[in-house]
Design a protein around this ligand. Structure first.
Ligand SMILES: *Cc1c(COP(=O)(O)O)cnc(C)c1O
Length: 807
């Protein structure tokens, strides 16, 4: 895909004339953005159809990544980068008096995900294509993405995210690929003329699923995969079947909104519909494509791998069984055998309350055929176990799919797939030893670990051009294609010139963020301060509260002793809370009030500042992460499956301040104990408390005047305007015994923060640590993660003509 600057300029102006009959100078940013988008799309369209043709001709085995969330963020610059024309376009636009960065602002973030899960899926899409792997995404095209967060008097307010208002340049509606999906009604089996049992549907709703395809470009390798997102429509022939407007609306709204909860949305009918809708449409379209290859369905697994990202798409399993048996007359045994070989599953949580379950009654009523198949899967599983473990009925009760009138989606996914993986070493070990121990005993060979990763292209090349330039000048440009080559930077750990350049890049990123903060919040911050960053969803287990308690400690220390020696600190928060998660919203309010208190206290004189940036999303992450000095990864050990912002921040030279949780453990292994600050309980100690049931949070309060002063501040008016929220937080710690051991880890956290303070004072040493973090971040490349999924789970290979080396 070559294009000179002059060609680009000509093309852009030509299209602008065609579309709007306008010159550059008269066009609005939106118009220019639209036209630029169409230039870019035209530019990759041949490669897109060629990739598709190549896969079909070669009968290439393909992987399909099913995820109910994708969180790609903005795509313009990422597409330009991957096509290899980012600089050409930037320069061409500059010639015409247009700033690419300003145009890029026009694009709405594609926020069809809540946080880590959806962002991971998007990093994986980028990496699959960049590794030359044949793999596609399958999900839902929500009309409204994750809500926009605003603060009003320090409270979170949610506004709808109308991301499609100005259209979406990148998607292509594929009317001809639409499929029908059935809901509700009755289903019974009746003998067909050929003697086969076939399901007969009575009174089911027929909905149309229309796919919108988005190109997923590989990094400078001419490969273009597809992210297919489904949107619901009511077929004309069905319009009389709706009893009322409300009735109809319910179905029309099926793909309207993303559920704004990042753990679990329980018992909501529409959510169940959403899950079946995109799964059924996706599996149907895969089978339709497969049939064009003229291969028998019983070797489907040699051509198709389906990945179930968390349990939301687990209905892939009964849906595949349904299609193979009901539509293609395959026997149960054969269908099950193929299905298990096609399916694989990633578990993302160990928190029991977040494991997905659906009431039997709801499933039966809405998805009767799915329920029949699940019931039979369960019956056969129980039969088999009864034969193998007649002496262990408890084991059967614990592991079966249907228990207590609920369908356990994780059980379904594990029993009916060939691979179950966790997302970090510690997490995978905990799955085997504790959470899924029974299943591990039954199917040890199915369990494996695949530590998460991130796309360095977005999180370093795009987000941090300053650092990227220093790297190019120091270690050459191979790291751009092979992130492992970042390791070469380690050779410069004693090179003052390089350290200075890295520090310069960091400073300039901090200035950029400082300007943004000033513009959006009116708060003036100094780029000299330590930028201490905690950005992630707001959750009790992630312990933003621990961070806040420490901020209050620093505040009181400075009030008591204005001469206290201490580096200036800027605490930066970014976090959305699920709209129904009252406790998380109270913490947001408390942080905002503490911020007000401290930022406006003349005694503090700016030595501590606290900024909570509104509407944390991918775009904001790209602005904050390059500017971070300290990466707060302080979840209670055992609770964070992996984390990925920890990887993004490390890659950008922040020092990780962390508990030994999720991938933090591997970050420590990668950089060594000297280049990370670890504190707090280990997962083992946490489990010991659970076993002995002997944690008494109040003891920590009773024995510590420091904690007393801090916690009392929540209820005695010291922190203003949090009458109810302060009490709620205070009670959660003392009355309800501090579920996430915030008080237990507080002292250790304070010491770790003091260590950070001391380390930062020695700037030379700090810069060395920072360099070591950048140099060792290559091991968290999602490219490597995807290669491991490809080899060990999906059994697919890079396609020769797109393979990475050739470029
Ligand atoms: C990376 C990312 C996350 C995940 O953050 P964790 O700290 O790993 O939970 C969430 N939201 C956005 C916008 C991200 O970019």
């Amino acid at each position: 895909m070559e294009m000179t600057k002059e060609e680009f300029k000509k093309e852009l102006q030509q299209r602008l004339k065609e579309k709007y009959a306008m010159d550059i100078n008269d066009a609005s940013s939106q118009e220019l953005y639209n036209v630029l988008g169409s230039v870019v799309k035209a530019y990759y369209s041949d490669a897109w159809s060629n990739t598709w043709k190549d896969y079909l001709e070669d009968g290439q085995k393909q992987a399909y990544y099913f995820s109910i969330e994708f969180l790609p963020g903005k795509m313009l610059k990422s597409n330009l980068l991957n096509m290899g024309i980012l600089e050409t376009v930037e320069a061409g636009l500059a010639d015409l008096g247009v700033s690419l960065d300003e145009l890029a602002q026009v694009e709405q973030d594609m926020a069809l995900g809540n946080g880590g899960l959806g962002r991971l899926a998007s990093c994986f899409m980028d990496s699959i294509a960049s590794c030359g792997l044949p793999g596609n995404g399958n999900g839902i095209r929500y009309d409204y993405g994750l809500f926009k967060q605003r603060f009003v008097d320090g409270y979170q307010v949610e506004l709808p995210d109308e991301w499609l208002r100005n259209g979406n340049t990148w998607e292509v509606r594929k009317e001809s690929k639409a499929v029908d999906v059935l809901f509700g009604g009755n289903v019974y089996l009746a003998e067909d003329t050929d003697g086969q049992l076939r399901p007969v549907y009575e009174g089911a709703r027929r909905l149309r699923a229309v796919p919108y395809d988005t190109a997923v470009l590989g990094y400078q390798n001419h490969l273009v995969n597809t992210l297919r997102l489904w949107s619901v429509e009511i077929p004309e022939s069905e319009e009389d079947h709706y009893r009322s407007i409300e009735d109809r609306r319910a179905f029309e709204d099926l793909t309207a909104v993303l559920y704004p909860d990042d753990s679990n949305e329980r018992g909501r009918q529409t959510r169940l519909w959403q899950e079946y809708f995109f799964v059924s449409a996706g599996v149907q379209s895969i089978i339709r494509y497969y049939l064009r290859l003229n291969k028998p369905l019983d070797v489907l697994n040699e051509y198709v791998a389906i990945h179930i990202n968390d349990t939301h798409p687990a209905l892939c399993i009964p849906e595949m069984m349904r299609i193979l048996m009901d539509e293609h007359g395959m026997s149960w045994e054969k269908a099950f055998n193929v299905t298990v070989k096609v399916m694989s599953y990633t578990n993302h949580t160990i928190m029991a309350e977040a494991l997905e379950k659906w009431p039997v009654a709801l499933m039966k009523e809405n998805l009767p055929r799915m329920y029949q198949i699940i019931e039979e899967l369960d019956r056969r599983f129980v039969n088999e176990l009864t034969i193998c473990y007649p002496e262990n009925p408890e084991l059967i009760q614990r592991t079966r799919i249907i228990q207590n009138e609920q369908v356990h989606m994780a059980h379904l996914a594990i029993i009916c797939s060939h691979s179950t993986n966790g997302v970090a070493k510690l997490h995978s070990d905990l799955l085997k030893e504790v959470v899924l121990h029974d299943f591990y005993q039954l199917f040890p060979e199915r369990f494996n670990n695949k530590t998460n990763g991130i796309a360095q292209r977005r999180w370093l090349q795009l987000a941090n051009p300053k650092l990227s330039k220093v790297l190019d000048q120091t270690i050459g440009t191979t790291w751009r294609k092979t992130p492992g080559d970042l390791k070469l930077l380690q050779n410069y750990v004693e090179d003052q010139t390089v350290l200075d350049q890295l520090a310069e890049a960091k400073k300039s990123n901090k200035q950029r963020l400082a300007s943004y903060i000033e513009e959006t919040t009116g708060i003036t911050v100094s780029p000299e301060a330590i930028f201490d960053v905690q950005i992630k969803r707001l959750h009790a287990y992630k312990r933003q509260l621990l961070n806040l308690l420490h901020i209050l400690k620093l505040y009181f220390d400075l009030k008591d002793d204005p001469k206290k020696v201490q580096e200036s600190r800027l605490f930066i928060f970014g976090a959305k809370a699920a709209p129904s998660y009252t406790y998380a919203k109270s913490i947001i309010k408390a942080i905002n009030e503490v911020a007000n208190l401290i930022n406006n206290d003349p005694d503090i004189n700016g030595r501590i500042k606290v900024v909570f940036l509104e509407n944390y999303n991918v775009h904001l992450a790209e602005l904050i992460i390059p500017a971070a000095d300290v990466s707060e990864q302080i979840s209670l050990a055992s609770k964070e499956a992996s984390g990925t912002s920890n990887m993004k921040l490390m890659l950008n030279g922040a020092i990780t301040l962390a508990t030994l949780d999720g991938a933090n453990v591997e970050i420590r292994d990668a950089v060594g104990d000297d280049n990370v600050v670890i504190f707090g309980m280990t997962e083992r100690e946490v489990y010991q408390y659970y076993e002995r049931q002997d944690y008494v949070a109040k003891d920590y309060y009773d024995q510590s005047p420091v904690l007393q002063r801090i916690l009392n501040a929540f209820v005695d008016g010291t922190i203003p305007n949090i009458y109810f929220e302060g009490r709620e937080i205070f009670d959660s710690l003392l009355k309800h015994n501090d579920e996430y051991f915030v008080l237990r880890d507080f002292d250790a956290y304070v010491k770790a923060q003091e260590k950070i303070d001391g380390l930062y004072r020695d700037q030379h040493h700090w810069q060395q640590m920072s360099l070591m973090n950048i140099a060792n971040a290559g091991r968290f490349s999602a490219d490597d993660t995807m290669m491991r999924y490809a080899e060990e789970i999906w059994h697919i290979e890079p396609v020769e003509q797109y393979s990475k080396k050739k470029g």
